[in-house]
Design a binder for this molecule. Structure first.
Ligand code: FAD
Length: 368
């Protein structure tokens, strides 16, 4: 096996996949040796047993929802939020506009959308018609101190995003990108402030070996955030912790969300509500969708949601999140977020805590 590369990408989530894709488009991959290392499986081998078992079986060594080619996006329903052409601001996409500026960020979002279209994304875009109805929804929100971030959405659908990523996986392999699956990057090799490669092991923890490379790109997502914090501490790498979103996933009948589902597909509502006026927002709305369990290291159980293009439920689910930047008196926002998740899991006997609205009001906890 070759253990000398020009560039190593750790993680085959969207960030790792699109890094490799760009290296192909720039003509760099043609005569350079590029390797992606991913602890999960190839996208066509990823499968979540919950559809058969009706219950999360906590796949070992890694959760198929959060690991493998296409990362935590494999079972995502692939909602691509596009910029609103008429707006001078961007309400989505984290802080990218602060680094790149609004116009450059918009250009990048359209460019990314083109790649998805090239690999077979559905051509229709939600939220561009019924502008009078959308205005009515925005006005009603405004009356209650809530802003509607009006962005068009391209919805791929869970099953279709799987197919799309299979095409992307084939495209990378056909264009000189090597991919190592079921392989964990355990450590970085850094000497005199220079990266020299990585130390890998099989995903079951055996067969440790070194792979050398002048460049290492880390695209390890939420799943690898803890590991990255450890690496930064071990090698004194300067870092800046981002915002942590804490919240709940809310499931309710489609009929209640009818107008928002029909005219917008996803309503992105933002408010700074009393008493603390922290930013609270709705996120990842899935009309006629499904709630999904995702398992992280040490059996941390969290929830997400998705919706298929064809298979439908009669419920909409969405997250309601409060964003917080924890910097004082501690600088470990990820650890703090994990603590909150673990405490909730403890109340749910190791599972996700499920409550009906009445249960919350009556202060009753139910297990997932
Ligand atoms: C159910 C669900 C629905 C979602 N719906 C949407 C949506 O509709 N639209 C949207 O835009 N986003 C959605 N998301 C979020 C989206 O999937 C993530 O924002 C995106 O996947 C992040 O990409 P990433 O490459 O940064 O990280 P990830 O996708 O998390 O990929 C990181 C990869 O790195 C691997 N890795 C980590 N550490 C190591 C290591 N040490 N060694 C080797 N490999 C490692 C992991 O196995 C993983 O495959 C959804 C997520 C989920 C779970």
């Amino acid at each position: 096996m070759n253990n000398n590369y020009d560039l190593i990408i750790v993680g085959a989530g969207p960030s790792g996949v699109f890094t490799a894709y760009e290296l192909i488009e720039l003509g760099i991959a043609k005569d350079k040796k590029i390797l992606i290392i991913e602890q999960g499986k190839a996208v066509d081998k990823r499968y979540c047993p919950v559809e058969k078992t009706g219950k999360c079986v906590k796949c070992k060594p890694y959760c198929n929802i959060t690991s493998g080619f296409s990362g935590s996006g494999a079972f995502s329903d692939g909602k691509l939020t596009l910029p609103n052409k008429d707006s001078d601001t961007i309400e989505v996409g984290g802080n990218l506009d602060k680094y790149l500026g609004v116009q450059e960020t918009k250009n990048l979002m359209f460019y990314t959308d083109e790649i998805y279209l090239k690999f077979g994304a559905d051509k229709s875009v939600e939220g561009l018609e019924h502008l009078d109805k959308i205005k009515e929804i925005a006005d009603r929100a405004k009356e209650n101190g809530i802003t509607l971030a009006n962005c068009p959405i391209r919805h791929l659908g869970t099953e279709k995003s799987h197919e799309l990523y299979k095409k992307l996986q084939d495209y990378l392999l056909e264009n000189n990108i090597d991919i190592m699956f079921e392989t964990n990057v355990k450590d970085l090799i850094i000497k005199d402030n220079k990266v020299l490669g990585v130390i890998i092991e099989n995903s079951n923890g055996s067969d440790e070996m070194e792979i050398l490379s002048k460049y290492v790109v880390l695209g390890i997502g939420r799943k690898g955030a803890n590991w990255l914090s450890e690496m930064c501490a071990k090698y004194s790498i300067k870092n800046h912790a981002g915002v942590v979103d804490v919240g709940v996933r809310y499931e309710l009948p489609d009929s209640i969300m009818k107008d928002i589902n029909e005219y917008l597909y996803e309503g992105k509502f933002i408010a700074h509500l009393p008493p603390y006026k922290d930013k609270v927002r709705t996120f990842c709305q899935n009309p006629s969708g499904f709630v999904a369990n995702e398992v992280y290291d040490n059996n941390l159980n969290l929830v997400n949601g998705h919706s298929y293009k064809d298979k439908k439920s009669t419920n909409t689910n969405l997250a309601i999140l409060a964003s917080h930047h924890f910097s004082d008196p501690f600088k470990e926002p990820i650890k703090y977020g994990i603590n909150i998740g673990e405490n909730a899991n403890q109340l749910g006997k190791g599972n996700v805590l499920v409550q009906r609205l009445g249960d919350i009001l009556n202060r009753k906890a139910y297990m997932g």
